[in-house]
Design a protein around this ligand. Structure first.
Ligand code: ACM
Ligand code: ZN
Length: 531
């Protein structure tokens, strides 16, 4: 009868009993988010709903907190006797009940039969990652993303705020980070500069906007790799005090934060102090991905840290670095998350750092071991949850067919997340084309029960889903193109692979040789200073 995305746990309807019709006089219990519902109804059905305390009258939508609902984000929704009752244990549950009701009203033009819905999420973490580092997305865009996330019952905005190509969050103690570090001289697309950053006020506004939609914001401060923009502002952060520019192009950079100098840790802790103020949600993502060890192998400070802390090698030095950052956050009652990408010896990483698992191992065994150690795991598998990758690779069918659970035990997986890397995503138009409809399938993986998402049912529900997206004028990809034919698939793949033919690899080769010479000079200088 209804085609809700993500699929609710159970829906029962009957034509024998009285349902509910939305009228001009319909009222809704006042709540922090009733205005979201009211404007949706005005826009889609051209009906005015008013906030009004429950007087038991007909025509009302009654929201009620109810201790008897067992799941924190769960709700029940009943349409009967010309009323709608939404009961939930928390405000989040009420909000999700209203989101479901919005889809039901849209599909029935406001005339609901007797309906009984019981619903709760499969996973508690249902995320979307926005990379604001490569391209800056203004406050209005981020709010729009929050609106669209709310429609999908997604509850975590993982906000990638620092990158080689831009440092996007104002840090009062290090003003250069945004004065200089938020602008790159040109981009993948043209020779024009690109820049932008979020002030403390902007962040406050976005965090508040998200909170009203039950979305928690987890900022990412990507360290020790992906730090070219910060190093461009403060060269002492790198092993060899190198003078870099904010990166103009994509690719893995070899100059990363020095893990041997205490001044690096001071900087990192100072930035975290401000991030903890700006993002009071208690969780910070600390990156950890693609931290190549070229400079650390040559750097006298890093080598000294390895010796003094009896570490085996540079991989263990990264574990030491991440652990110190994690300890700092823990001391402030914050939790940390990091990527499991390019971690050569994952078992050195403290188990209380959660992982966004983008590189999934071929078998579930490694994940099982991590879960046994108590590590929280979020499934962000690049295939198929990287939403920037072409539809030819991560087809809608592939997203639908993917098992979100990382082990055979459901409890081992905290949740799922769709990731929008923006190296080749300069604006919302492109972002939406890539995110939708795939994000709909990821939302089902995160919320709906085990049989979902299913490609067959997704296709069945797609027409209503796209109508919902139309309400927000979303620039989605047509269903047919979201699982392209063999030929189109290979064409798009070839087009996308052109990224690989890039000067970064060649540049690194020459630059590594130069860095080696600089490291040699530094070692000599330090030796002479000691003598
Ligand atoms: C990543 O794919 N760099 C986490
Ligand atoms: Zn170093």
């Amino acid at each position: 009868m209804y085609n809700i995305i993500p699929q609710p746990v159970s829906i029962l309807t009957s034509n024998d009993k009285k349902g509910f019709t939305l009228h001009a006089g319909t009222t809704i219990t006042p709540s922090p988010f009733s205005d979201i519902f009211i404007s949706f109804v005005r826009k889609t059905l051209n009906k005015k709903v008013r906030e009004h305390e429950d007087t038991g009258e007909e025509k009302s939508i009654i929201l009620k907190l109810d201790e008897n609902i067992s799941h924190d984000e769960g709700y029940t929704l009943r349409c009967e006797n010309r009323r709608v009752f939404i009961n939930a244990k928390t405000e989040a549950g009420l909000f999700y009940g209203l989101q479901t009701l919005m889809q039901m009203l849209l599909q029935t033009n406001g005339k609901l039969p007797y309906t009984l819905i019981e619903d709760y999420p499969r996973f508690s973490y249902r995320g979307f990652m926005l990379d604001s580092g490569r391209y800056f997305f203004p406050v209005g865009d981020v709010k729009r993303i929050a609106d669209l996330m709310a429609l999908h019952k997604l509850n975590v905005l993982h906000w990638h705020l620092t990158e080689d190509q831009g440092f996007r969050v104002e840090i009062k103690k290090y003003p250069l980070l945004t004065q200089k570090g938020s602008v790159r001289s040109h981009t993948n697309f043209n020779r024009k500069p690109h820049g932008g950053y979020y002030t403390a006020e902007d962040i406050k506004e976005i965090v508040g906007y998200c909170r009203k939609r039950n979305i928690k914001v987890i900022p990412e401060f990507d360290i020790p790799g992906h730090s070219s923009a910060a190093i461009a502002c403060y060269p002492y952060l790198s092993c060899l005090d190198r003078k870099l520019e904010v990166a103009t192009h994509w690719g893995v950079k070899h100059d990363i934060l020095c893990a041997g100098k205490e001044s690096t840790y001071r900087f990192v802790f100072d930035v975290l102090d401000e991030l903890m103020q700006l993002f009071p949600g208690g969780v910070i993502h600390i990156g950890g991905d693609e931290a190549v060890k070229m400079r650390w192998r040559e750097c006298p400070y890093c080598q000294k840290a390895i010796r003094e802390n009896s570490l085996r090698d540079e991989d263990e030095l990264q574990a030491y670095f991440m652990s110190r950052v994690n300890d700092y956050l823990k001391a402030h009652s914050f939790k940390s998350v990091m990527w499991n990408y390019d971690l050569n010896r994952a078992d050195d990483i403290p188990a209380d750092i959660a992982w966004t698992v983008c590189a999934s191992p071929a078998d579930g065994k490694a994940m099982k071991e991590e879960a046994m150690r108590g590590r929280k795991l979020i499934n962000t598998a690049a295939f198929p949850y990287y939403l920037d990758l072409p539809y030819g690779w991560n087809t809608l069918k592939r997203v639908c067919s993917f098992n979100p659970a990382l082990t055979d035990n459901e409890e081992d997986t905290l949740g799922v997340e769709g990731c929008m890397w923006t190296e080749y995503v300069p604006n919302m138009k492109v972002l939406e084309r890539k995110a939708f409809p795939r994000l709909g399938a990821i939302a089902e993986a995160g919320w709906a029960q085990k049989d979902y998402p299913s490609f067959t049912t997704f296709l069945y529900k797609a027409e209503d889903y796209l109508k919902l997206l139309d309400v927000y004028s979303v620039n989605y990809t047509a269903i047919k193109r979201a699982h392209p034919s063999f030929a189109v698939k290979h064409m798009s793949s070839l087009w996308f692979r052109r990224r690989v033919f890039h000067w970064q690899g060649l540049y690194n080769l020459f630059d590594d040789a130069a860095a080696k010479r600089e490291a040699e000079e530094l070692r000599e200088k330090l030796k002479n200073n000691c003598e």
